[in-house]
Ligand binder design. Structure first.
Ligand code: NAP
Length: 493
């Protein structure tokens, strides 16, 4: 479709803005609502029902009833698999609608929605659907006369709280394994981008998912999110978002029922460019994409570029030239656009303040800083040269801002890379296999790429070391993390 087609389609788009509880759309009990704003125009897209603690109570009660009468977990694995696969099919049939909703909601380029987010959403649901009947327990070797089995069982009512940077995808990374394992779920999406998740819940029921198994409450984090995290009937809370809020959630779990808390949090990922790397052009392209895709609003964004001093000048020149070719800001509804606005005005203000702070602390800004001549919440791609102790190298900016830090030796590069409270991802560019192997072992990160960046598929566990989190999304391990083992001991002789 062309830019004009998308603009026309946006005019007639129906936006559902209510909560979804017990298999149907409902208004918030308190009658409140909040504005959902299109960041590329500032227009109010919808007034979204604002769920509060009483709505969370209703959603958890619905999920608990579904758990207790076993309407989902008692289905044979193949039946659950069929529902999940029909759900994926419906998402695929509604791809244009969902892509448009999310582009309007958070400013992500429509091409990214169609080529990156939606295919990955489908892969995720179908992968975990396929896993359902592959989970096996064990019979252990015990004394004669006894039989001992280890059984995997779902947990119960799981809460999920998700961010706005990949609103649908981050939610599905939770929902698919939670549901595949046989649990019931209450999802609280981010207030900045709740519209696609609202549709996902209804499509699950349309696919044959029983009412009450997947409930959704939109609302504000400190109200609805906090109520979910404190709820005594929620057995596990699965969170993607900032490290700051992740720490709060661990506290809420301790104050309530000691629920399990799975955290996927922030990052400040280093990419290390060794002087012997194969192809500087290819490496620079991945450096540019690693920080400017999704306008830098990516948890594993390669925001620290550790570049060997011999490469520094050539690297910077190529980086600036390639950014100008690859990342021109534009209307996110234009399929040619690769750089959209940031997700909200407060976030734009924060990122601009971070850029000003970089300048104030003496980093050299070699690219960026100019205003973008568009009405939305744009921030231009920005590159600093600085050192690793600067705030711009230590704190997550979550925007299109990279800091290049020169180094001289492998040991120095590793020390710089690990000098961070975060440990989500890292990359090494070198043609020396021994060096690559050594560095993979030395880097404190949950994901390490060698001669690439951001690659992966559903077989790759994704999650962080240190304050980047304590859990993993994707991979069959994620499914198992929404189950618990039961040890069944039979006296048979
Ligand atoms: P955020 O501010 O932490 O918000 C995430 C979610 O938590 C939102 O739904 C938010 O609700 C909710 N929340 C806020 N305060 C809360 C509270 N007191 N109690 C319960 N819930 C609360 O993060 P964000 O700005 O949406 O997302 C960006 C962050 O996510 C970055 O740090 C990024 O690195 C991280 N992230 C990590 C991964 C990963 O896999 N490790 C992936 C993507 C993003 P409201 O928004 O409605 O207030």
């Amino acid at each position: 479709m062309t830019h004009q087609d998308w603009l026309r389609k946006a005019q007639t788009l129906h936006i559902e803005s209510r909560l979804f509880i017990e298999g149907r759309y409902v208004d918030a009990l308190g009658g409140g609502s909040f504005d959902c704003i299109n960041p590329s125009t500032g227009a109010v897209l919808a007034r979204v029902a604002q769920g509060e603690a009483q709505d969370i109570d209703a959603a958890v009660a619905s999920a608990l009833a579904a758990w207790n009468d076993r309407r989902w977990r008692r289905l044979a694995p193949r039946e659950r698999m069929q529902v999940m696969n029909r759900w994926a099919d419906l998402v695929e049939q509604h791809a244009d609608e969902l892509a448009l909703l999310e582009t309007l909601d958070m400013g992500k380029p429509i091409s990214d929605m169609l080529n990156i987010d939606l295919p990955e959403v489908l892969r995720t649901i179908r992968y975990f659907a396929e896993c359902i009947d592959k989970v096996e327990g064990a019979v252990t070797h015990t004394a004669p006369g006894s039989l001992h089995m280890i059984l995997h069982e779902p947990l119960g009512v799981v809460g999920a709280i998700t961010p706005w940077n990949y609103p649908m995808l981050m939610a599905v990374w939770k929902l698919a394994p939670i549901l595949a394992a046989g649990n019931c779920v209450v999802l609280k999406p981010a207030e900045q981008a709740p519209l696609t998740c609202t549709r996902l819940a209804a499509l699950f029921v349309e696919a044959g998912g029983p009412a009450g198994v997947f409930n959704l409450v939109n609302g504000l984090g400190p109200e609805a999110g906090r109520a979910l995290a404190l709820h005594p009937d929620v057995i596990k809370l699965s969170f993607t978002g900032s490290t700051r809020v992740g720490k709060l959630l661990m506290g809420y779990a301790g104050q309530s029922n000691m629920k399990r808390v799975a955290l996927e949090t922030g990052g400040k990922s280093p990419q290390i460019f060794m002087p012997d790397l194969y192809d500087l052009d290819a490496a620079v392209d991945r450096a540019v994409g690693g920080i400017f895709d999704n306008a830098g609003q990516v948890c594993n964004a390669g925001s620290r570029l550790l570049v060997h001093r011999d490469l520094q000048d050539a690297f910077i020149a190529k980086f600036i030239a390639r950014t100008q070719v690859l990342y021109q800001p534009g209307d996110p509804l234009d399929p040619a656009t690769t750089l959209g606005p940031l997700a909200s005005q407060p976030h734009q203000r924060k990122v601009l303040a971070d850029i000003a702070r970089g300048q104030a602390e003496g980093a050299q800004m070699v690219m960026g800083g100019t205003q973008v001549a568009l009405p939305g919440t744009y921030v231009p791609p920005t590159l600093f040269v600085g050192h690793n102790r600067m705030a711009i190298a230590q704190e997550e900016i979550f925007g299109p801002v990279a800091t290049l830090i020169p180094f001289d030796t492998e040991a120095e590069a590793i020390a710089l890379a690990n000098d961070s409270v975060y440990g989500l991802a890292a990359a090494v560019w070198t043609r020396d296999l021994h060096q690559a192997h050594r560095m993979v072992g030395a880097l404190e990160a949950g994901v390490v790429w060698v001669n690439c960046f951001g690659d992966g598929d559903m077989t790759q566990p994704f999650g962080g070391y240190k304050q980047s989190g304590n859990s993993r999304d994707k991979h069959v391990d994620s499914l198992l993390s929404y189950m618990q083992t039961k040890s069944a001991w039979f006296q048979v002789g």
